[in-house]
Each structure stands twice: as structure tokens, then as C-alpha cells.
Design a protein around this ligand. Structure first.
Ligand code: SF4
Ligand code: SF4
Length: 134
């Protein structure tokens, strides 16, 4: 089984289509929607997809044919190193220890592999160094 992160972009005419249902039913994928946003200019979904690698590939082909913008992501959340003051406010908030202190520099390090995109550090970070890729 493979796990991949995707950001999907929908034009307004596709917002009400049962696209996620098709991914589950036709391609036997497990979908974990981490964030969803609907605006006048369309919708966006941040999701984790789990399934057979071949099925994920076929599902991406289906999405492309359905005119859904598909962007594969390495991370859900980005850390702006220039903004981060290494204040440590986010350390105790992160439920999965994706934010830790490096020693001996005492710099705060972000591990994208551990991040589950809960968004708690984004709300807590005083200079706004953490943000969703949505
Ligand atoms: S709360 Fe923000 S500024 Fe402080 S260490 Fe975390 S990411 Fe850096
Ligand atoms: S979004 Fe949540 S899981 Fe990811 S680094 Fe921030 S607090 Fe941790």
C-alpha cells in the first residue's frame, strides 16, 4: 500500500461532483480529507490518499481527465525559516512531535513526515511562520 499527499483544485462547475466518492468506489482508495475550502472561484481539498500504487496512478489519470487540478505534495504545512524566531511556542502544542528543538543550537525543527496537518501550530505561532499549503 502507498500513501501520498495531494492538493486538488476544482473549478466552480466541478464543486458538486462526486469526485471523492469515485476515488473510493472505483479505485479502492482510502481518503483522509485534512482541509477543504470552497470559494467563488472553485474548491480545494488537501488530502491523504492510501491504496495500491497502480490504483493511485489510475485515479490521478481520472482526475486529470475530469479537469481537476492535481498537485502532489511532500508536506501539508510549510515552515518559513526566515519568519521563525525559534521561540518554542509550538513545541508543546504539536500532538505528534513534528516540531522539536535541535541541540546544541536550540533551533526549532519541523519534520514534515510526522505532521498530520492539525493546524494547531499555525494558530499558535506569533510571527506566522507556519502555514497550510492549501
Ligand atoms: S511558534 Fe513559530 S516562531 Fe515560534 S518556534 Fe514555532 S514556528 Fe518558530
Ligand atoms: S500542523 Fe499540527 S501536526 Fe503539523 S507541525 Fe503543526 S501542530 Fe504539528
Amino acid at each position: 500500500m502507498a500513501k501520498r499527499k495531494f492538493l486538488l483544485g476544482f473549478s466552480p462547475d466541478l464543486v458538486n461532483e462526486a469526485i471523492v466518492y469515485r476515488l473510493v468506489k472505483d479505485y479502492d482508495l482510502k481518503i483522509n480529507i485534512l482541509r477543504a475550502e470552497v470559494r467563488e472561484q472553485g474548491g480545494r481539498l488537501l488530502m491523504e490518499v492510501e491504496g495500491k500504487a497502480g490504483n493511485i496512478k489510475e485515479a490521478v489519470r481520472y482526475l486529470n481527465e475530469a479537469r481537476v487540478e492535481v498537485q502532489e505534495l511532500a508536506t501539508y504545512v510549510e515552515k518559513n525559516e526566515e519568519r521563525c524566531t525559534h521561540c518554542g511556542m509550538c513545541l508543546s502544542i504539536c500532538p505528534v512531535e513534528a516540531l522539536t528543538v535541535e541541540r546544541p543550537s536550540w533551533r526549532v525543527r519541523y519534520d514534515a513526515e510526522r505532521c498530520i496537518a492539525c493546524g494547531m501550530c499555525i494558530d499558535a505561532c506569533p510571527p506566522g511562520a507556519m502555514k497550510f499549503r492549501l
